[in-house]
Ligand binder design. Structure first.
Ligand SMILES: [Zn+2]
Length: 100
């Protein structure tokens, strides 16, 4: 159960950061680590792939230090989803944190 919830939060972080700037695996790992999420690439990459399949993210492959790196950005569909989710986060925050 906790893992399911963590994964949902991780996806929200990814969606948010991909809306702000392009993101890539190692950078996301650092960002998520900062928030206390310990996840493996074996979890992160399939999650990113799933978000691409869902149409939330798109990616572009570039060569960095002789290695291929995928850079992800939010899509228009992802942006709409982020807006919906923002309203839900606000509602949840008001109830769970502010006890309204
Ligand atoms: Zn974040």
């Amino acid at each position: 159960m906790m893992r399911e919830i963590d994964l949902a939060f991780i996806k929200l972080h990814i969606l948010y950061h991909a809306a702000t700037d392009e993101v890539y695996g190692v950078g996301l790992m650092e960002e998520l680590g900062r928030h206390g999420y310990r996840l493996s690439f074996g979890t992160l990459y399939p999650t990113l792939a799933k978000m691409v399949r869902m149409g939330l993210l798109s990616f572009e492959t570039r060569i960095v230090n002789h290695k291929q790196r995928k850079y992800y950005r939010i899509t228009p569909v992802g942006l709409k989803e982020l807006e919906k989710v923002r309203a839900k986060i606000k509602e949840l925050y008001e109830e769970v944190i502010e006890d309204k």
